[in-house]
Design a protein around this ligand. Sequence first.
Ligand code: C5P
Length: 246
Amino acid sequence: MLETAYAAQTGNPRDCIIVALDCPPAEAISLADKLVGHATWLKVGMTLFYKAGPVIIEELHKQGFNIFLDLKLYDIPHQVEGAAASAASTGADLLSLHALGGPTMVQAAQAGIAALKQEKVTETVAITILTSFDNETLERVGIEKPLDVEVDTLASLAIESGANGLVCSPQEVGKLRELLGTSPRIVTPGVRPAGTAAGDQSRIATPADALMAGASQLVIGRPITGVADPIAAFDACLKEVEEVLK
Ligand code: C5P
């Protein structure tokens, strides 16, 4: 078993796949119903959460799923402290925020969650640079450092400021593991099984490559949710994960 894979902690390879439900509530519920007994983790992002509200987390928890609440918090520290507390009070297992918000913002999020004194603490993962960015896009928004250097800077800053883990592209995981060791939870979107469409993702890898590079968990959306048979697509990804972990 790969030490860095989340399944090394839980013993269940299914825990390495987080299925992103980026769709309206009715579709999300129908997908979740199908995924019961297959997937163990679902990601609720802004598309779903802004429409369905916190009740969606409760419903999905009742079905037995762990939830990554991907709200990508980014604001002044005071606002993020409150937002993280509100988000964590839904009972979400994992919550995302932007490392670009800076050390004080990341610390404020941790403080907001800690103040809740929940039995099961919501962990945080910090986004470095969105996986839809490439060097050219970064330059266009005025960041002149090469993408890989900027990712290292943001990742170190977030972990030093108390984040439990990171979100980064599979192509950056290897370097971040070297930099930060095996303990941070590293979640990688931009995962595409061979032969599936990249969509708007720029820095992609297959499930096996992402795990081998040191990812803890993989976020997979459209390759599972956007096809005729989501269960077959999930099982194909799981097979790839199991091959790597055995
Ligand atoms: O459909 P797809 O597999 O591209 O979905 C990837 C998911 O991961 C989306 O929900 C997207 O918001 C999220 N994500 C990302 N890049 C990041 C952080 C999150 O693509 N850096």
